[in-house]
Design a protein around this ligand. Structure first.
Ligand code: 13P
Length: 282
């Protein structure tokens, strides 16, 4: 069933677990992620970043995500990840996305506050939730720019939350998008300090490559939404490559099935680590 992201994360906050927010690019990935969530009886978030819409047009992928969510046996929120333009955010809201992110992390603080406030007001009209980012997660969603990581200042996070009223706040604690060059050393001290002062659910971007024990520490200390993108794409690619190597792909629908299983296995693995299994009752 399609749900508001706020409700999913509120429940996660009460139960001290995190909800996986899985980036998808096509129907096969959507099917794989939903299959894992249904099997694990877990709530999930389906997301796509604005920068990816040149591959998967919003007008086509958006309604597909929403239809999959509505038909799922578990709660699914549909989220626009890393929205950068008000036009795209509005289009997602018009389609019925139940959550949107405005990413102004690279902007001066006051400008990030100003635009985030506009997005919060806009999303409210549609009954949708909002996410914003403070500090700067390293890398970039599609790897096109290598943004330097800047850890979140806990006092700035508090001020940002109070000024904007966002529903979920993405923070930077040593995490980065894409594959990590060196093993990430997450700043749990910063996470604790932010969680102490900011009452809304916190979001961890750059989930690919973070060790299971670090994920567990993250949700024990206040992270409620964890974004996974690169790991899903790599899992799908890996399954397809292996399928060809083993001679298992004999036609298009074998390829289609391999992609679904790549997304499924990756989502299932993460749902277990995030402790969201058997949490489908909202
Ligand atoms: P990864 O590609 O590192 O999993 O990051 C995903 C993400 O944060 C999307 O917003």
């Amino acid at each position: 069933m399609l749900v508001n992201m706020k409700d999913l994360l509120k429940k996660a906050q009460e139960g001290s677990y995190a909800v996986g927010s899985f980036s998808i690019a096509n129907m096969e990935m959507i099917l794989g992620v939903i299959k894992a969530a249904e099997e694990m009886k877990s709530p999930i978030i389906l997301q796509i970043a604005e920068v990816r819409l040149n591959h998967s047009p919003l007008k086509i992928i958006g309604p597909t995500m929403l239809a999959a969510a509505k038909n799922a046996a578990v709660p699914v929120a549909v989220h626009l990840d890393h929205g950068t333009t008000l036009g795209c955010i509005k289009e997602a809201l018009e389609l019925g996305f139940t959550s949107v992110m405005f990413d102004g992390s690279h902007l001066p603080f006051e400008e990030n506050v100003k635009i985030t406030k506009e997005v919060v007001a806009l999303a409210k009209k549609y009954g949708a939730a909002t996410e914003a980012e403070i500090g700067c997660v390293g890398g970039s969603e599609d790897g096109s720019v290598d943004i330097a990581m800047r850890c979140t200042s806990p006092s700035q996070a508090k001020e940002f939350y109070e000024k904007t009223g966002v529903d979920a706040l993405a923070i930077a604690i040593g995490n980065a998008h894409g594959f990590y060059k060196d093993a990430p050393e997450l700043r749990f001290d910063i996470l604790e300090a932010v969680a102490d002062t900011v009452p809304v659910p916190l979001v961890l971007h750059g989930g690919t490559g973070i060790e299971p024990e670090d994920f567990i520490k993250c949700h024990q200390k206040g992270i409620r939404k964890i974004n996974i993108a690169t790991a899903t794409f790599a899992s799908c690619e890996g399954k397809v490559r292996e399928g060809y190597e083993k001679g298992e792909i004999k036609g298009y629908y074998d390829l289609h099935q391999k992609e679904i299983s790549g997304a499924y296995e990756n989502a299932k693995k993460h749902i277990e680590i995030f402790w969201s299994q058997n949490k489908a009752n909202l």
